[in-house]
Design a protein around this ligand. Structure first.
Ligand SMILES: [Zn+2]
Length: 332
């Protein structure tokens, strides 16, 4: 991340004192210049240069490390159970309400693996009663590494540090942030299951978001979020986030708002142009008319491979996204 000018510009004060007939007014002007230079984002809510914000980048990174320590986190695995416990514990600590949404018995698909489960951490906001803003990420990881060329390796489950881990870590960090920065209107953090369950084009992907969107539609729109933002694959140490095409059509204001915050703050991971159309957890919501967007970096060589591990990720990348999303949340 490139964030400009957190320190005073280098200058030799003693030299300056010798050269300039310094009196009190000059000193005040000098101090003012120095302060202005060192705080380009004064007035914004979340300045990463401020000690108050520093811990969040570490908090998110630590969540990612914990998730990776759990191992693969696909339905029925040990890591999956530990992840659900972590999300629930975090929700009980920071959210106003924790909801679990079980769905779709899948015995008929792959043996008795149990049910899928979406988890929702609800923050009521200071003006409760309005439509919630939904921020989502999938917490499941791919049960097989189908992008591996070796057939034996392709059968093994991936660790999903970036794919599954990064979005989950960001949402867990957001839960802590929302506790200390209560939103005006309700915000729901949704941890989706079953995003990466089946083979590509099998119809067995995005299961959690499809379930939730279908439920909303079935209720005649009751509980409809006013917008949906999905976070996926955002820890790549070479992070480049482009504007995604479906998002631009469905929620142009949300996309522009997020990218303009990044631009104003010289957060170089956000690229001010569009690239690719992605079928992700925002898609089922935009299909039913809810403004929905995804932040994702699909240019990730370790995608759906056993090599999607923590060493490909960076704290700075996650911090860049966390900063933009929290800054945007302050405007909601
Ligand atoms: Zn995936």
């Amino acid at each position: 991340m490139i964030i400009r000018g957190h320190r005073c510009p280098p200058f030799d004060l003693s030299l300056l004192l010798k050269q300039i007939p310094l009196h009190f007014t000059s000193l005040i002007i000098l101090l003012f210049i120095c302060i202005s230079w060192s705080s380009p984002r004064l007035g914004l809510a979340n300045d990463f240069s401020q000690p108050e914000f520093r811990p969040y980048s570490r908090i998110v990174w630590d969540y990612l490390k914990v998730l990776c320590d759990f191992g693969p986190r696909y339905l029925g695995s040990e890591g999956y159970k530990k992840t659900i416990q972590l999300i629930q514990d975090t929700g009980l600590k920071y959210a106003d309400e924790v909801e679990s949404q079980s769905f779709y018995p899948i015995e008929s698909l792959r043996g008795n693996e149990g049910k899928f489960q979406n988890l929702i951490l609800k923050f009521n906001g200071s003006e409760p009663g309005g439509k919630p803003l939904l921020i989502g990420a999938h917490y499941d990881t791919r049960p097989f590494a189908d992008e591996e060329s070796n057939p034996d390796r392709a059968k093994q489950p991936i660790l999903g540090a970036n794919d599954g881990g990064s979005g989950t870590a960001l949402l867990l960090g957001l839960a802590e942030w929302l506790k200390s920065h209560p939103p005006r209107q309700p915000v729901h953090l949704v941890f989706f299951d079953g995003e990466d369950y089946g083979m590509l084009k099998s119809g067995q992907m995005l299961l959690g978001s499809i379930h939730m969107a279908t439920t909303i539609q079935g209720r005649g729109g009751e509980g409809t979020p006013r917008g949906v933002l999905i976070l996926d694959m955002l820890a790549d140490s070479h992070l480049e986030i482009f504007k995604e095409n479906y998002s631009l059509k469905s929620a142009p204001d949300m996309v522009e708002s997020l990218f303009s915050i990044a631009k104003r703050n010289d957060i170089s991971q956000f690229k001010d142009r569009s690239k690719y159309s992605i079928y992700d957890d925002h898609y089922p919501f935009l299909k039913i008319g809810i403004p929905s967007a995804v932040l994702i970096d699909m240019d990730y060589p370790d995608w759906h491979k056993l090599s999607d591990t923590l060493d490909k990720c960076s704290e700075e990348s996650l911090a860049a996204v966390f900063f933009v999303v929290t800054e945007w949340l302050e405007t909601q």
